[in-house]
Write a protein that binds this ligand. Structure first.
Ligand SMILES: NC(=O)c1ccc[n+]([C@@H]2O[C@H](COP(=O)([O-])OP(=O)(O)OC[C@H]3O[C@@H](n4cnc5c(N)ncnc54)[C@H](O)[C@@H]3O)[C@@H](O)[C@H]2O)c1
Length: 329
């Protein structure tokens, strides 16, 4: 192990490693010399995609398994130094249609992963990916980690419940856990087939296809976006920083309105247009209005901040999908 590269030759387990964030992280870990094991069920409705691991298939170990199977997890956590726990059901609307599936994947499985670690590998270092959705409709902006938790959907409740299990196991069993609350992440290897993962993926698909973007509401709602490379950097940073153990951090960036985002994407693409539309009822009830996170805690404690300019991140993303579109349809 080198001083500058704490991941070199370390055994790392990435759940959800064929998905958007997990695959980008796994590729980076392989480049850092880590021995990466992925567990991913590749359920078609989620973001897992074998193509995300293209070029790395022989450099890592991929287990097509479901985190809902405790026997697999009991085995897979053994001998690992790090667990990046990214597997999840991430669609907010799906969580309302199928709340029990969301509960199984985002809560019950998370508890069995923790039990597997407690029994078979209590020295493992765990990084859990949570979401800004737990805060619900912001009572103030930017939203810091002390903001009240009032989820507007089943997914938000379940992700928060899982967070609490991870932090409990840190307090009671001293398992080294960090919770990262991610905001909207975008970049290469995200799902663009539909709006299940994030609307920005769907917009990228539409803009490449020459379709009109639809913005729900007045387009003035604010959002913050993190480019995938910055999120991978945050995951790697908290993974090896003792200060982060038992802690929860928001990620975030400078906010932009959806209208301005659409205009920027159209400009980068060179053509396209957009229109404002009323919210469909199933989206209106779980909409949170404007949101952007206060990420000053992770900035001051761990020196992480987003480095990628939104325009550059969008250019990279659009280029990627122009080149590899067929693998994401
Ligand atoms: N992308 C974002 O903007 C965003 C924002 C906030 C939080 N997050 C969180 O980050 C994590 C990763 O999200 P992502 O954007 O990479 O999503 P993703 O859907 O691309 O990746 C999740 C992966 O988990 C896998 N998975 C789902 N259920 C599984 C199961 N039962 N067993 C094994 N594998 C399973 C999927 O196949 C997929 O590959 C999730 O926990 C999500 O809640 C993401």
């Amino acid at each position: 192990m080198t001083i500058n590269n704490p991941y070199f030759d370390q055994n790392v387990l990435v759940t959800g490693g064929a998905g958007f964030i997990g695959s980008n992280l796994s590729r980076r870990l392989v480049d850092l010399g880590a021995n990466v094991t992925i567990v991913d069920s590749l359920i078609p409705d989620y973001g897992g995609n074998i193509f995300n691991l293209q070029g790395y298939e022989k450099k890592l170990s991929l287990n097509i398994a479901d985190i809902r199977d405790p026997y697999s997890m009991n085995y897979l956590v053994q001998g690992k130094k790090f667990l990046f726990n990214l597997a999840g059901q991430i669609s907010h609307t799906d969580s309302m249609k199928n709340p029990y599936v969301d509960l199984e994947i985002n809560v019950t499985s998370q508890l069995s992963i923790l039990e597997a670690c407690r029994i078979y590998n209590p020295d493992i270092r765990i990084i859990f990916a949570s979401t800004r959705q737990i805060y619900g409709i912001p009572q103030y902006l930017p939203v810091n980690e002390q903001h009240p938790i009032r989820p507007v959907d089943v997914n938000g409740i379940n992700k928060y419940t899982a967070e609490q299990y991870f932090l409990l196991y840190n307090r009671i069993y001293n398992i080294a856990v960090t919770v990262l609350r991610l905001t909207n992440v975008f970049g290469p290897r995200m799902r663009i087939k539909d709006a299940r993962q994030t609307f920005i993926g769907w917009w990228i698909r539409q803009i490449i296809d020459g379709q009109k973007l639809k913005i729900f509401g007045d387009g003035l709602q604010l959002r913050d976006f993190n480019y995938i490379d910055d999120v991978v950097e945050a995951l790697l940073t908290v993974g090896t920083n003792y200060k982060a153990f038992g802690n929860t951090y928001n990620l975030g960036s400078n906010p932009i309105s959806l209208k301005d985002l659409a205009e920027l994407m159209i400009k980068i693409n060179g053509f396209g247009n957009y229109e404002l539309e009323p919210f469909p009822p199933e989206r209106k009830v779980i909409d949170i209005g404007s949101f952007f996170a206060d990420y000053s805690k992770i900035k001051s404690e761990l020196f992480w901040e987003p480095k990628t300019d939104l325009k550059i991140g969008l250019e990279e993303t659009i280029l990627y999908y122009r080149k590899y579109l067929e693998y994401y349809l």
